[in-house]
Design a protein around this ligand. Structure first.
Ligand SMILES: [Zn+2]
Length: 407
């Protein structure tokens, strides 16, 4: 069997394993040949056997695929998924080693100095608001334009759906035009959901179409809503090019989109840099505050993830930490734990527990500095071509090599 077919079939089996053990499939999207679909693969292979098979696939990728970026990419993806299987089989893996094994990034908690400087930055942007504390100012800021529940649901099904088409046009105008090629885009449908550990999620359906779900258990305001829309739309765009590459060039391994690999670091990093790509809202004072809050809260969530997964603190203690340093209302702090805690509230292993690092590190260590360099050198077109026309650039394992041309 060709190594790429072996990879796609095995990914499906890992998806079935994680679905069985955690309730979430590691296969985020699939648009390949029907006989390779995850639900047509075995549902009972032992995790140890899958891990061993994935290491063989990684070796084969290195020796059988000539294109060096493609070979590195596939080997990296297979190795990450082998770590997923070892982790779920109950092997005792240190949390930082687990994150490194999955995402190929080095992680550690942020020290107090960094958190303090993020807080100071926010304080400066919020300015004087009648002698209120920083916490009061943040909560007040969030109250402005706040939307939740049924009102949020109506917004998602109506005006935001229109906003998404505008964002799609913006991508065509600001990004695709610079690539010099276009891609089929059958758009994004919006849905309101409840009971999820995230605020928003892009489910790529294949056939150049996505469903974006928004969790209406969470409270949004109009600023944070836009941040989520740009983020999720970029996931959609990135999958459009990926699907096109699979259909036109026949790279079978692109037809499956697994979570918990080096791909996620770049995928979340580019999604979090979408507004920079589009050049929208960058000078808006409210957006600057949203960005400062974003950086602070991502860093605080990462520290809380270490508290929960390494120090073994209780959910209550972790929530208090997030409430205090992330300046969040208690109920928001508590609901944010669902994404980072080692176990889910129904006692299963939490598949998302190592994922929180991908956003901030993907943006700060990979995508944003490369983007800034491309802008400074007047190489924005080639940046977008590398990013979207070569999907094998999109992994923490291959990123720096793919952008070597930028110097
Ligand atoms: Zn995302």
């Amino acid at each position: 069997m060709d190594v790429t077919e072996d990879f796609v079939r095995t990914c499906g089996e890992v998806g079935n394993l994680t679905q069985r053990m955690t309730g979430t499939s590691i296969v985020d999207a699939f648009f390949g040949p029907p006989e390779l679909a995850p639900d047509r693969q075995s549902k009972s292979t032992a995790p140890e056997d899958l891990a061993a098979r994935l290491m063989v696939i990684a070796d084969r990728a290195r020796s059988e695929i000539d294109d060096s970026l493609r070979s590195l990419y596939l080997a990296g993806e297979a190795e990450s998924l082998a770590v997923v299987c070892r982790w779920l089989s109950g092997e005792d893996i240190d949390y930082a080693d687990l994150v490194h094994g999955l995402f190929k990034i080095e992680v550690s908690p942020f020290d107090e100095k960094t958190i303090s400087s993020l807080l100071r930055n926010l304080e400066e942007l919020l300015g004087d608001r009648e002698g209120k504390t920083l916490r009061e100012k943040v909560l007040l800021f969030q109250e402005e334009g706040r939307v939740s529940g049924d009102e949020l649901k109506k917004l998602i099904q109506g005006p935001l759906q229109e906003k998404a088409s505008e964002v799609g046009e913006l991508f065509a105008r600001q990004v695709f035009s610079k690539i010099g090629q276009s891609v089929t885009d059958n758009g994004v449908s919006y849905e309101a959901v409840r009971g999820q550990p995230w605020s928003g999620y892009n489910y790529y359906q294949g056939n150049y179409h996505s469903i974006n779900q928004f969790n209406i258990d969470r409270t949004f305001n109009k600023d944070s809503m836009m941040t989520v829309i740009y983020h999720e739309y970029e996931h959609h765009v990135s999958n459009l090019w990926r699907e096109r590459m699979y259909r036109e060039q026949g790279f079978l391994e692109l037809s499956v989109v697994p979570l918990h690999t080096g791909r996620c670091v770049i995928s979340e990093g580019t999604a979090d840099t979408a507004r920079d790509f589009l050049g929208v809202d960058l000078d808006n004072p409210r957006t600057k505050i949203v960005d400062a809050l974003y950086s602070l809260r991502r860093a605080v969530s990462i520290n809380a993830a270490f508290l929960l997964n390494v120090e073994g603190v209780s959910r209550e203690e972790a929530a208090s930490y997030i409430e205090e340093y992330g300046l969040r209302p208690r109920e928001q702090a508590v609901s944010s734990l669902d994404f980072i805690a080692p176990t889910t509230t129904d006692g299963k292993q939490n598949l998302w527990a190592p994922y929180v690092f991908t956003y901030l590190i993907g943006r700060m260590q990979f995508v944003h500095p490369t983007w800034r360099r491309a802008v400074a050198k007047g190489a924005v077109s080639r940046f977008f071509q590398t990013l979207y026309l070569d999907p094998f650039s999109g992994s923490s394992v291959t990123w720096n090599k793919a952008f070597e041309w930028l110097g």
